[in-house]
Design a protein around this ligand. Structure first.
Ligand code: SAM
Length: 308
């Protein structure tokens, strides 16, 4: 059995026992992770890598989420995390040598951020913000166990944050209406009528907390530019950012058409930089097709040579 499976089996067994005797499975995962950190439990595996540990915890959290899921709390799968890590590398080739600051304002379990941090180990100074207490606690314990330093804030990311402007934002956007209409009034993207969209406001807030010329990589619903509020979003983006890329993802990654997402990359405007000559429009092929993936990376390389 692989190491991550042994680790998962251990966490799973403890979480199941906790579920039977106390609360939910997910709370049981949290309790187990805290127990490992406090030395209450001894792991069955010696010298697990950061990735083995992340994968084991991810499996346990996924199991817990299936039991109590709602779509906005779904963790970002590894395949998307790895693709986003690839784009971070493309946009920050030189700066990564010194390290860059990255913010995820909707951190969830942290799986997206930790996939990227493990891939670009030691090069990311991370900050995560999450409104859900259980999820941010899971993220905190995971960070400690995989030894990835991250500054965490448990709050609504649409309220003012104690975060200095970052080089990059990565975010799998929560989609839906934002309930706090008073806070929404502070935003250019506040709906003129009715409720505002959390995902629109979070794009604006992310740009607020990015340095001029910084890069923002969002996972957006593929319907983002089809809603009745889309013209306002277009106008806002035109004023504050340059669209760098819109990447379609393979349909088989998603349960159904309504769940489909895209990778949307924008750059905050800067007086010292120029916009890209052309926006990168690409479609990720089926990721198990190696040849098609090579062609995809080749297309990005050519775009990069002409635009970045
Ligand atoms: N990337 C995350 C991961 O790998 O686990 C998944 C992010 S999930 C799609 C979106 C997250 O946004 C949810 O965890 C949700 O609780 C959080 N969220 C929703 N509204 C928020 C807000 N106003 N401020 C901060 N977090 C918020």
């Amino acid at each position: 059995m692989e190491k991550f499976e042994q680790l998962f089996n251990f966490i799973n067994k403890q979480a199941e026992e906790y579920e039977k005797s106390q609360s939910t499975y997910l709370e049981g995962v949290l309790d187990t992770l805290s127990g490992i950190i406090d030395g209450e439990y001894v792991l069955p595996v010696k010298e697990a890598t950061k990735e083995e540990m992340r994968k084991a915890i991810q499996l346990a959290i996924l199991k817990g989420m299936r039991k109590s899921s709602q779509p906005n709390h779904q963790m970002t799968p590894d395949s998307l995390g790895l693709l986003i890590a690839y784009f971070v590398e493309q946009f920050f080739e030189e700066p990564l040598k010194q390290g860059i600051t990255v913010l995820d304002p909707a951190l969830g379990t942290g799986n997206l951020m930790f996939t990227i941090m493990n891939k670009l180990d030691g090069k990311i100074h991370a900050t995560g913000v999450e409104v859900d207490e259980l999820l941010i606690r899971l993220a905190g314990e995971t960070a400690e166990l995989i030894e990835q330093p991250i500054q965490l804030y448990h709050q609504d990311a649409l309220q003012p944050m104690l975060v200095d402007p970052v080089d990059a934002v990565i975010c799998d956007l929560p989609v839906g209406f934002y309930p706090n209409e008073e806070v929404a009034l502070e935003y250019e993207l506040c709906a003129k009528e009715g409720m505002s969209y959390t995902h629109h406001l979070l794009i604006e807030q992310s740009i607020n907390y990015t340095k001029d010329g910084g890069i923002l990589i969002f996972l957006i619903p593929s319907t983002l530019f089809k809603s009745e509020q889309a013209p306002d979003l277009h106008k806002y983006l035109k004023k504050h950012a340059w669209i760098q890329a819109v990447i379609q993802l393979p349909e088989n990654m998603f349960k159904s058409k309504v769940h489909e997402k895209r990778i949307f990359i924008v750059q905050k405007k800067s007086d010292e930089l120029r916009p890209p000559k052309e926006v990168l429009l690409a479609k990720v092929p089926n990721m198990s097709n190696k040849e098609a993936m090579l062609l995809f990376f080749e297309k990005i390389k050519i775009w990069k040579e002409n635009n970045l």
